[in-house]
Design a protein around this ligand. Structure first.
Ligand code: 5AD
Ligand code: SF4
Length: 512
């Protein structure tokens, strides 16, 4: 059965691809392949804010009778971009599917942060090749952070001819035009902007779930930590206007969402690029805490920009949770200097002291990299001792992975791979010890849990998180999914809690 017959079977006319519509001159951004050199540049030009996203009516039939599948890798920012792309697909008339074999468009929303994340994507692309032979209508696309890397795009062009389109993080709003070009073209369509574009406020979204929602507060990162690819793949820091963020959170509260996570690569830099640069994350949080939504979190923080006013606002609590994820990366001031983190072990500990003074019951979690080039045993031990000194409740730990184009990738490295693995293992033992210790204290206590759904391992058990983001498993009727409940903790495991359901809690945000 050819494509036309297949669609006739479904009583829909096939979409005829159109010649691309040129509404705006994209030539300043458009390149055949991305350039890391351009991605590094930080211009002074002001960001424009638009609310003019609209599906061109000539694309309205594009998705009729077709299904899309998006696989997402990496951080919450990517998860949220997937929600936006799903929104665009639905406006184009496509239907979502969880089965790759049913899809007419497969998108890989990729992560570039470490090499193993990239290898997974290349492996998957290999598996998709047979699907292309079964379904000639299938389009395969690669988007997200990997697409912003020159080397990746070149590798796709050379080795993965099953890929029909590659687009980056700055132009997901161009998805309709990119799909159209891919239907038209026999060649791989590459539309990657090395320079970030404007902020578009009215992109559609299909949110995953009705309980928790992500809200972008800023895009990009200007910190240029020497190991990190993000400033190249996500562009310069661009804050959304406070009124747009407040409006979005209000709408989510009115729609019944129970928890908001504010997103940005470096949320503490919020506002620095705005025309009214006196607005910071503290001011934004002080406004958001007045909205009637029970919990608000943010991620990810950079210790360098974490100011006293933000601490003062967070100490007001109410719907601002007492959990802060504060990536430290290393406990050695020498390592931090080479990583260009722009703080020292001492200044990090001072910040922790200030936070703890203002919010005594705060839960602190962190990110740590081991095996950065030339890290000595003593420097690694400083990381272990800092971990114990702060008493983090949990950490994401990684072995350093060189990223092409970053300054650290050029550093000679004398640490053998085996030593790096052992360090990760030793660190993870400390992480497990402290996590278990923090959870043990909760045995016998009653905690408040936002119920997210069935546990991944057992559908008879429900799972949810506390204000401090601790995972709790318990048995209760399925009707409590999406609500706040009290659970009595019966057993602390290493990274989660087990408990008994007590009661449903009726919840509105208490603003103090
Ligand atoms: N190698 C290993 N880990 C990295 N991270 C960022 N870049 C790298 C890299 N090149 C880690 C940092 C960051 C987290 C999101 O990923 O710990 O906080
Ligand atoms: Fe990467 Fe550093 Fe920016 Fe975080 S703050 S995204 S680690 S460059």
């Amino acid at each position: 059965m050819n494509e036309e017959q297949r669609l006739q079977g479904q009583q829909v006319k096939p979409f005829k691809p159109l010649q691309p519509v040129k509404e705006k001159d994209y030539s300043q951004f458009f390149q055949k392949t991305p350039s890391l050199k351009d991605a590094k540049k930080r211009g002074k030009e002001e960001i424009e804010y638009h609310a003019d996203f609209k599906i061109d009516e000539r694309f309205a039939e594009m998705g009729r009778g077709r299904k899309f599948y998006i696989r997402t890798y990496g951080c919450q920012m990517n998860e949220h971009d997937t929600e936006v792309m799903a929104g665009i697909f639905e406006q184009l008339g496509y239907e979502a599917t969880d089965e790759v074999t049913e899809a007419n468009v497969i998108l890989m929303n990729t992560c570039a942060i470490r090499e193993n994340a990239e290898n997974k994507v290349f492996g998957e692309l290999g598996h998709f090749k047979p699907l292309k032979l079964q379904n000639p209508d299938l389009l395969i696309g690669v988007c997200g952070c990997m697409s912003q890397e020159e080397a990746v795009v070149n590798k796709i062009l050379k080795t993965y001819d099953q890929v029909d389109m590659v687009f980056g993080t700055h132009n997901i709003h161009r998805l309709p035009e990119i799909l159209n070009e891919a239907y038209l073209s026999k060649e791989t369509v590459i539309d990657v902007w090395s320079k970030e574009g404007d902020v578009i406020e009215n992109l559609p979204k299909v949110r995953k779930g009705q309980t928790k929602a992500w809200v972008n507060i800023m895009y990009g990162c200007d910190k240029f930590c020497t190991y990190c690819i993000v400033p190249y793949t996500r562009g310069k820091e661009r804050s959304r206007l406070p009124q747009d963020i407040i409006q979005e959170v209000r709408e989510l509260a009115a729609a019944g969402y129970q928890e908001i996570t504010l997103l940005g690569q470096n949320v503490n830099a919020y506002g620095k690029d705005l025309p009214d640069s006196s607005i910071g994350l503290g001011d934004l949080m002080d406004e958001l805490r007045k909205i009637d939504i029970p919990r608000i979190r943010f991620t990810t923080s950079h210790p360098r920009d974490f100011d006293d006013y933000l601490i003062e606002v967070l100490a007001k609590k109410g719907n601002l949770v007492e959990h802060i994820h504060l990536p430290v990366q290393s406990g050695s001031s020498d390592m931090l200097k080479i990583m260009a983190r722009k703080y020292t072990r001492e200044s990090y500990l001072e910040l922790v002291r200030k936070i703890r003074t203002a919010i005594p019951d705060v839960a602190l979690t962190t990110d740590i990299i081991v095996g950065f080039p030339n890290e000595t045993e003593e420097q690694f031990e400083e990381t272990l001792s800092l971990y114990r000194e702060v008493g983090f409740e949990m950490a994401f730990t990684y072995i350093y992975s060189p990223r092409e184009g970053t300054p650290a990738a050029k550093m000679r490295d004398n640490v053998p791979a085996e030593v790096k693995k052992q360090r990760l293992h030793r660190l993870n033992e400390v992480v497990a010890e402290y996590s278990a210790k923090a959870l043990k204290k909760l045995e016998g206590e009653i905690v408040e849990v936002l119920v997210e759904g069935e546990s991944k391992r057992n559908d008879q058990v429900l799972a949810g998180y506390t204000r401090k983001n601790r995972l709790v498993n318990f048995v209760a009727p399925k009707e409590v999914i999406g609500q706040y409940v009290h659970v009595r903790i019966t057993e602390a495991k290493t990274h989660s809690l087990a408990g008994e359901f007590v009661e449903v809690v009726s919840k509105t945000a208490e603003v103090k």
